[in-house]
Design a protein around this ligand. Structure first.
Ligand SMILES: Nc1ncnc2c1ncn2[C@@H]1O[C@H](COP(=O)(O)OP(=O)(O)O)[C@@H](O)[C@H]1O
Ligand SMILES: [Mg+2]
Length: 262
């Protein structure tokens, strides 16, 4: 059997909601991420994406099912799975350099090595020269660069990203998508990225899982074959548009079904 970097087996989450009773957020979700792959999950708001990624990251627990990292069951959070969220979650009182060093300090990496490692990842995200800036002095895109550098500096086995560019304006978002495509190519980091944005899914993914509306299930898995390095120029290629259309049709069907249920 092929060993995956990350594997979800029959993950189901049922919330107990005081008002609504039992709410099934995700229903028997199976997915695999191979070493070095850039995998996207796309689905409508409320379909259980955050629930799913938080279970994979160990921040939430499944009602049933299992998460395997390198073939071994995982429980709870760990530095082996680096998470990046929409909110930047930086320490406001620490400089860029200190924010990126934070996890390394926790791991007791010696000071000089820590500084060097942080510098390397600050450079990777294009923030050289901003080492001594505080988060409040940075734009949204720059803060998210710091969050990415901080997570990558810990050298996780996989990067789990939950709509990390959702709060950015459209132009900044494309710049950040290009940056992440470039980082993935350079560092070969394994990435699982969740979004409700179809363009984002097709632009970044090697493979895309399309989720149904709640209770979230995996509707379809698509391979993306877009030639060359992914950039804003990919957004108008025929291969891009064909994949985008397929997903739009699937999600359109989902919202029609939802409207009929009202
Ligand atoms: N702690 C919770 N308690 C009860 N219901 C929840 C909780 N968290 C999420 N839900 C519900 O689960 C569903 C999926 O939510 P979520 O995973 O945040 O979806 P998404 O990230 O795709 O928007 C929603 O209907 C939401 O209201
Ligand atoms: Mg969400």
């Amino acid at each position: 059997m092929e060993q995956y970097r990350l594997q979800a087996i029959d993950l189901t989450k049922v919330y107990e909601d005081g008002k609504k009773g039992l709410v099934t957020a995700i229903d028997r979700v199976n997915l695999e991420v191979k070493d070095g792959e850039f995998v996207m999950i796309v689905g409508p708001s409320g379909c259980g994406k955050t629930t799913l990624i938080n279970i994979l990251g160990g921040l939430n627990t499944a009602t049933s099912g299992e998460v395997l990292l390198d073939g071994k069951p995982v429980q709870g959070p760990g530095a082996d799975r680096g998470m990046v969220f929409q909110g930047y979650s930086l320490f406001p009182w620490l400089t860029v350099q200190k924010n990126v060093e934070f996890g390394l300090k926790m791991k007791k990496m010696p000071k000089a090595q820590r500084a060097e490692q942080a510098k390397k990842f600050i450079d990777l995200v294009g923030l050289t020269g901003f080492e001594n800036a505080l988060p409040k002095q940075l734009s949204g895109g720059m803060k998210q660069r710091v969050a990415i550098a901080r997570t990558l500096a810990n050298e996780p086995e996989i990067l789990l990203m939950d709509e990390p560019f959702g709060a950015l304006d459209a132009q900044t978002r494309v710049v950040m998508q290009e940056l992440l495509a470039d980082i993935s190519k350079k560092t070969k980091t394994t990435i699982l990225f969740i979004t409700h944005d179809i363009d984002e899914a097709v632009l970044l993914g090697d493979r895309i899982y399309v989720m149904s509306r709640r209770p979230g299930t995996i509707r379809e898995v698509l391979d993306v074959n877009i030639p060359g390095v992914r950039s804003h120029e990919s957004l108008v290629l025929p291969e891009f548009l064909a994949t985008k259309k397929k997903i739009m049709d699937m999600l359109w069907q989902e919202s029609m079904d939802a409207a009929m249920d009202q």
